[in-house]
Design a protein around this ligand. Structure first.
Ligand code: ADP
Ligand code: MG
Length: 434
């Protein structure tokens, strides 16, 4: 036949006869049909297998998993994968959301991933509800932000759309601030400080390090090289209303003062001159060791404090930076579990964290409105970051809200998204007003 190997060079005359041509066409169509049939059977088998897997009696959540899956199947998925366009206009305030992947424990526990990220700026949370007759239904909460990152997005991609555009700000003499917000375990430290391999953290993969890399690249350009500008770093923690220096082993508590011109000063804060990304990485590692030391378990304590890493640009013969970048790994925003079982101390901490996060929101609002009233004294956090909220356009700010997949986190997830949404919603309204 025409398909045999001997007949690689088929006789033209034969193929050109109408009968032969129609035979070939028919044969091709027959094969195509067979292929399609096979594919349909295969798809059907795969689907059945999938449903069987979901109905696995060992999986208590199969029904909900199937409901989420059915909803997700009809979404058109086009999640963010590209780096940002370098020419894009940088907004004064950017609010983004990052969903972390399910952990191995969550997968083992057959927890249901209840967050869908269909596009680069939208996100849907599927919440499980029970009707009066106890049947299960899903409620779909849709949100829109400047960027939404699904579980496949890398730290580098997140950095590119969030903090990277703010590096320029420091070189233009402004203050740039980037916040990681969210419940404990949602990925704030992973994003800011870098990936964990067991208990060890690879600092070079975090936003702090990527920012440092870009700062030194900019500093090496002829413009800044000639000016002889330098960079200094500090790293401190706010626990309750105490500010502790993370670059000194004993973690001394520092006092915060306001001078006559309302300048906020952290007395005695260590400011280390740095000349390379390696220098910065060394400081971060030093600070992280201090952050997690102490009797209480590692994540317990660090999740209840805000960590602030700062880089400042210093011109020759000056001692105060002319521009600054601040990166803030905020305390966990979770509520609720504290109220009954916990000690008075824990509840006080919770209240303090709550107060600081509310103040933060108010201060971001004030920045946006260019309000002359800046409620920065509402908390230690906003007090030490006062510079981030004043001034006009030269200050830029970005918030990355981190969320945890899984039905058991849905309340915290919705709280996080509503907080982030209020920051964003206010902006849109005000932008629209004359
Ligand atoms: P938080 O600082 O918000 O309490 P962590 O950054 O410590 O949370 O993250 C909690 C756990 O989840 C860590 O084990 C971390 O490695 C993992 N994790 C968080 N985000 C991601 C991510 N995007 N990809 C992979 N693992 C992540
Ligand atoms: Mg953390």
């Amino acid at each position: 036949g025409y398909n045999s190997s001997r007949n690689l060079n088929p006789d033209k005359k034969m193929l050109n006869t109408p009968r032969a041509t129609s035979n070939v066409v028919r044969e091709v169509e027959r094969l195509k049909e067979q292929r399609e049939q096979r594919r349909a059977v295969h798809d059907e088998q795969r689907k059945e297998k999938y449903e069987l897997m979901l109905k696995d009696p060992g999986n208590p959540n199969w029904e909900v998993a199937l409901m989420v899956r059915t909803y997700r199947d009809q979404l058109v998925l086009n999640p963010l994968r590209q780096l940002s366009s370098r020419a894009a206009r940088v907004q004064q305030i950017t609010v983004c959301v990052r969903k972390r992947p399910m952990s191995q424990q969550e997968v083992n526990a057959k927890s249901v991933d209840n967050i869908s990220v269909p596009s680069r700026d939208t996100l849907i949370v599927h919440e499980l509800r029970h009707r009066v007759d106890l049947t299960k239904v899903l409620e779909h909460h849709k949100f829109r932000f400047d960027c939404t990152f699904d579980e496949k997005c890398s730290n580098a991609l997140v950095y590119d759309h969030t903090a990277r555009p703010l590096i320029r700000t420091m070189f233009e003499g402004g203050n740039a601030t980037c916040f990681a917000y969210g419940q404990t375990g949602s990925g704030k430290t992973h994003t800011m400080g870098g990936k964990f391999a067991g208990k060890k953290q690879d600092c070079s993969t975090g936003i702090y390090a990527m920012a440092a890399r870009d700062v030194f690249a900019e500093l090496a350009t002829p413009k800044y090289h000639q000016l002889g500008a330098n960079v200094i770093c500090s790293y401190f923690e706010i626990y309750g209303n105490k500010v502790c220096d993370l670059l000194v082993k004993s973690k001394p508590v520092l006092s915060v003062l306001e001078d006559g011109s309302q300048q906020v000063v952290i007395c005695g804060l260590t400011k280390v001159p740095v000349a390379s990304e390696t220098d910065v990485l060394g400081l971060i590692e030093l600070g992280n060791r201090a952050r997690t030391s102490g009797k209480t378990s590692v994540n317990m304590k660090s999740s209840r404090s805000h960590a602030v890493f700062q880089m400042g640009l210093i011109m020759p013969d000056q001692c105060e930076p002319c521009g600054k970048c601040s990166f803030v790994d905020l305390a966990g925003n979770e509520r609720g579990s504290d109220t009954q079982s916990s000690s008075l101390q824990t509840r006080r901490e919770g209240a303090e964290i709550n107060k600081s996060l509310l103040s933060l929101k108010e201060c971001i609002r004030a920045l946006r409105r260019r309000s002359s009233h800046l409620p920065f004294r509402g908390s230690k956090l906003t007090q030490v970051l006062r510079d981030s909220f004043i001034g006009g356009d030269q200050n830029k700010l970005c918030m990355i809200a981190m969320i945890t997949p899984g039905m058991s986190s849905v309340e915290n997830t919705l709280n996080t998204l509503r907080y982030a949404d209020r920051v964003k919603e206010l902006l849109t309204k005000e932008e629209n007003s004359p």
